[in-house]
Design a protein around this ligand. Structure first.
Ligand code: SF4
Length: 437
C-alpha cells in the first residue's frame, strides 16, 4: 500500500480537514504514516493567519522538494489557506509541487489524486464550494471529535485573512452534520465540538433558515452520555435564545469562546469589529449572570496598526475587569490583501509589539490563575482524556464541563470515562484534583 504523510499547520479547522483528507486517501489505497521519509505522498495543510506560519509552509516544501530530486515519483500536495492565495503562482516558486488544493476544493481530493498519479500537475482553488458527500473521516484518537458546521466568514475584520482564504459563510447541511456526529459517537467519542469561524451564524444561508440553537437541540436529542461544545462565537451574534439553549440542554457545556481582540473602542472600530467595549462587557455579564461557573475565553491582538500605549492599556484593563478565564494572544501580523496591512505608516515597531505581547501574556496568566482558584474545594465532573507520566507519577488528565484542565493522580487508563473529582489546588494553566469514590 502507498503511504501518505500530512503536516498540518494552524487552527482546528485545518486539523479537521486533515482528518477528512486521511479518510478520503485511505479509499484511494493510501495508509497513514507519521514518518515523512517513508511516504509516497506528502501533504502540507497550510495556515496563513500569520507570516510565521506561511514561512514555515514554504520552508517545509523546500525540504520536500529536495527529497523529490532523488525520488521523482514522490507526490507533493500544497493545501489549505496559503494554497488558496498562492494558486498557479506556487508552481513558479515550487516547481516540484504536484497539486495546489484550495480550501473549498477539499472534497475533490480523490479525483485530483488520480490526476496527479497520472503525471498531471493541477491547481484547484476555484472559490465555489465543492459538493460534499458523506465521506469516511480518519479521526485522531481522542475523546473529542471536531465537527465543522460551517466555514468562511462575512465579517472582513481589517486584520484578518480568513474571508479571503476560506470564502463567504457557508453552513453544512444538518443531515451531514448529524450523520457525522452519530458515527463519531458510535466510534466511542464522548465530546463533540462544533467548529466554525462564526458558529453563531449557523443556518442563515440554509433553506429553510436554521440557527445554532436549533442544531444544538437536534444533537442534544441523540442518545448516550456525551458533551457538546461550540467555537468560535462572534460577540454580537450571541442571542438570548442561544444562552437559553445552553442553560436548558444537559449535554451542552458551560463554555463560550468570544474573541474581543481589543478593549479599546477606537481600535475596535479600526479593526471593523461591530461592537464597542461596553457592548462586549454587557454580553459577558449577561452570560455570567445566567450561567453559573461558565468559562469565557477570548482572543487579543497586541500592536494593531496605530494602537497607542493608552489604547493598549484599555485592553489590559478589559481583560482584568471582565475576569476572562483564558485568552489566546498574538502580536499583529500584516496579511496581504487585508485593509490594515496597507496602513504601513501606522505599523507598531517590532520591539513595542513584543513588549505589549509580553505584558498581555502576563495579564493572561494572572487572569487564568485567578479563574482556576475559584474552583479549589469544589466537586466537578471530569471527562478523562489520557493517562500520562509526570516525573514518575501516573496522572490522568481531563476536562470539566466548563473546559478546565484537571490533573488527577491515578494509575489506570480510564480514558473516555466521566468521573467526579474534588479540586485540591490551582495552577496557572490547570487544576489538580483527587477522584471521589
Ligand atoms: S470574524 Fe473572525 S474569521 Fe471573520 S474576519 Fe473577523 S477575525 Fe476573521
Amino acid at each position: 500500500m502507498k503511504k501518505v504523510y500530512i503536516e498540518t499547520l494552524g487552527c482546528q479547522m485545518n486539523k479537521s480537514d486533515a482528518e477528512r483528507m486521511y479518510g478520503m486517501l485511505e479509499h484511494q489505497g493510501y495508509t497513514q504514516t507519521d514518518e515523512p521519509r517513508d511516504a509516497d505522498m506528502l501533504v502540507i495543510n497550510t495556515c496563513s493567519i500569520r507570516q510565521l506560519s506561511e514561512d514555515k509552509a514554504y520552508s517545509q516544501i523546500g525540504v520536500w522538494g529536495k527529497w523529490k530530486k532523488n525520488r521523482p515519483d514522490l507526490k507533493i500536495v500544497f493545501a489549505g489557506c496559503v494554497a488558496q492565495q498562492a494558486g498557479e503562482k506556487l508552481f513558479r516558486r515550487a516547481p516540484y509541487v504536484d497539486l495546489v488544493l484550495g480550501t473549498q476544493r477539499l472534497y475533490e481530493l480523490p479525483e485530483l489524486v488520480k490526476r496527479i498519479e497520472n503525471g498531471e500537475r493541477v491547481v484547484s482553488i476555484e472559490e465555489k464550494p465543492y459538493e460534499e458527500s458523506d465521506i469516511q473521516i480518519n479521526r485522531v484518537k481522542s475523546v473529542n471529535a471536531w465537527v465543522p458546521i460551517m466555514e468562511g466568514c462575512n465579517n472582513f475584520c481589517t486584520y484578518c485573512i480568513v474571508p479571503y482564504t476560506r470564502g463567504r459563510e457557508r453552513s453544512r447541511k444538518p443531515e451531514l452534520i448529524l450523520n457525522e456526529i452519530k458515527k463519531a459517537l458510535n466510534e466511542g467519542f464522548k465530546e463533540i465540538t462544533l467548529l466554525g469561524q462564526n458558529v453563531d451564524s449557523y443556518g442563515k444561508d440554509l433553506e429553510p433558515h436554521q440557527n445554532l440553537s436549533w442544531l444544538l437541540r437536534q444533537i442534544n436529542a441523540l442518545e448516550g452520555k456525551f458533551r457538546i461544545r461550540f467555537v468560535t462565537s462572534y460577540p454580537t451574534d450571541i442571542t438570548e435564545e442561544l444562552i437559553d439553549t445552553v442553560i436548558e440542554l444537559d449535554k451542552v457545556c458551560e463554555y463560550f469562546h468570544i474573541p474581543m481582540q481589543s478593549g479599546d473602542d477606537y481600535v475596535l472600530k479600526k479593526m471593523n469589529r461591530r461592537y464597542d467595549y461596553a457592548t462586549y462587557k454587557k454580553i459577558c455579564e449577561n452570560i455570567r449572570s445566567r450561567i453559573p461557573d461558565v468559562t469565557i475565553t477570548s482572543d487579543f491582538i497586541a500592536g494593531f496598526p496605530g494602537e497607542t500605549e493608552k489604547q493598549f492599556q484599555n485592553t489590559l484593563r478589559a481583560m482584568s475587569e471582565l475576569e476572562l478565564d483564558y485568552s489566546n494572544t498574538a502580536a499583529y501580523s500584516p496579511r496581504e490583501k487585508t485593509v490594515a496591512a496597507k496602513w504601513v505608516d501606522l505599523y507598531i515597531p517590532e520591539d513595542v509589539k513584543t513588549d505589549r505581547l509580553a505584558r498581555l501574556n502576563e495579564h493572561n496568566r494572572e487572569c487564568c490563575l485567578k479563574s482556576n482558584q475559584k474552583y479549589v474545594g469544589r466537586e466537578m465532573e471530569v471527562l478523562v482524556e489520557k493517562l500520562e507520566n509526570h516525573d514518575g507519577q501516573s496522572i490522568i488528565t481531563g476536562r470539566t464541563r466548563n473546559n478546565k484542565i484537571v490533573h488527577i493522580p491515578y494509575d489506570k487508563d480510564i480514558t473516555g470515562e466521566f468521573i467526579n473529582v474534588k479540586i485540591t489546588s490551582a495552577r496557572t494553566w490547570y487544576l489538580r484534583g483527587e477522584m471521589i469514590n
